[in-house]
Design a protein around this ligand. Structure first.
Ligand SMILES: *[C@@H]1O[C@H](CO)[C@@H](O)[C@H](O)[C@H]1NC(C)=O
Ligand SMILES: *[C@@H]1O[C@H](CO)[C@@H](O)[C@H](O)[C@H]1NC(C)=O
Ligand SMILES: *[C@@H]1O[C@H](CO)[C@@H](O)[C@H](O)[C@H]1NC(C)=O
Length: 358
């Protein structure tokens, strides 16, 4: 199937490139007539690593060397998976222990230095039941594996800050490398924290109505994924079917203007931009991966009745030229909302080659 569409796509590009050289192959040729790009759908999802039930892969970051750092929410674990290796069994980078319920957002700030959200224990309404949520620094520069795959040097792990006022910290992204600023979504409170990872100081810098969950939402989680692009903070909202943006100051983390809805899309967990500006949205609660392009939403992989991407939580594109269109995805197998209300499958780390989708 993949090679079939690949072949057609390349043919179409060759044929059309003489006519419309500026068009990046939005159509493929089939049976003598032109179809829209929908003929490349659904995009195939391939498994890199499959865990057992219950495993909740929550979020991920891509190291410069192509390896994946994957956070888990069934326990407060950060693990490493090498998509290029023959053995993709995870290496545990750290288990943060039972003082935390799980790990969530992860972002790089500095070369091979990552920051991870560790969430305090919480109840069925996602409100904290004990302890405090924290952000940890994970310096991978000291991490080393020998030729046999044995870990010979651990990551250097330090706590950056406790955030006792936070509700449910979720997605995180880097705002300003030089100033050491990251932003973190508080899904329960519907706000954004800005944290200075150099000093450990933090505060709520954006509190916007579009970040709140609707009272009718199946979970009380609002803002979830956060990404910065062209001076805007883009954010998904799990409990309100909108994808929005707000201009943000890179020095303070405060909003510099009003928020705006970019697209209507339900039940999004985290999301990521491809280099071309399309946004790839992981709809955990409806087992679906969709793309937002120019405000239009298209389902590209999985669907609400399928286990292919059951409980897809977050995505990241590769960082090399060869992997720039490879979308790595984390899933929980349907632990949040089972497929067809009852089916839970092993959580996995998968990838989609998005090259054919323009
Ligand atoms: C966030 O929500 C929690 C739970 O509702 C609440 O206890 C806390 O005060 C809120 N934090 C802020 C900063 O409003
Ligand atoms: C979910 O239900 C639909 C409709 O009955 C069915 O077509 C589909 O195969 C079911 N999915 C799974 C994973 O069993
Ligand atoms: C998705 O499937 C669930 C059952 O698993 C159902 O309750 C829900 O209404 C469906 N949502 C959509 C958007 O199809």
């Amino acid at each position: 199937m993949l090679s079939f569409t690949l072949t057609l796509g390349l043919q179409a590009f060759v044929i059309l490139s003489t006519v419309t050289p500026s068009t990046p192959s939005p159509v493929v040729q089939s049976s003598g007539y032109l179809e829209t790009r929908s003929s490349v759908l659904p995009l195939a999802a391939s498994t890199i690593y499959e865990a057992s039930v219950p495993t909740w892969h929550e979020n991920l970051a891509v190291r410069a060397n192509g390896q994946l750092l994957v956070t888990r929410m069934d326990a407060a674990i950060l693990e490493l998976i090498d998509p290029a290796a023959t053995n993709t069994t995870p290496i545990i980078i750290n288990n943060f222990g039972t003082a935390y319920a799980g790990c969530l957002g992860i972002t790089e700030l500095g070369s091979d230095v990552f920051y991870v959200v560790a969430a305090a224990p919480f109840g069925s309404n996602f409100a904290k039941t004990s302890g405090t949520s924290s952000v940890f620094k994970i310096d991978m520069n000291t991490f080393a594996v020998d030729a046999n795959g044995n870990v010979v040097g651990g990551a250097t792990i330090t706590k950056v800050a406790d955030l006792p006022t936070a509700g449910f910290l979720n997605g995180m992204t880097t705002l300003n490398v030089n100033a050491g600023l990251v932003v973190i979504a508080d899904s329960l409170n519907g706000t954004v924290y800005t944290l200075n990872v150099l000093t450990g100081t933090y505060k709520v810098t954006i509190d916007d109505a579009k970040m709140k969950a609707l009272s009718t939402a199946i979970t009380p989680l609002g803002i979830n994924g956060v990404k910065i692009r062209n001076g805007y903070l883009y954010f998904s909202n799990t409990g309100n079917p909108i994808f929005s943006r707000i201009p943000i100051s890179s020095t303070t983390g405060c909003a510099t203007g009003s928020s705006l809805v970019v697209a209507s899309i339900p039940q999004v967990d985290d999301f990521v931009f491809r280099a071309d500006g399309t946004a790839w949205m992981s709809q955990n609660q409806i087992q679906s991966e969709s793309v937002v392009k120019n405000g239009v939403v298209t389902l590209v992989a999985g669907n609400n009745f399928s286990t292919i991407l059951a409980g897809v939580t977050a995505g990241q594109f590769g960082r090399s030229t060869a992997t720039a269109n490879i979308l790595y995805l984390t899933t929980n197998g349907g632990l949040a909302i089972p497929v067809n209300s009852s089916i839970v499958v092993p959580g996995k780390v998968a990838y989609i080659d998005t090259s054919q989708y323009s």
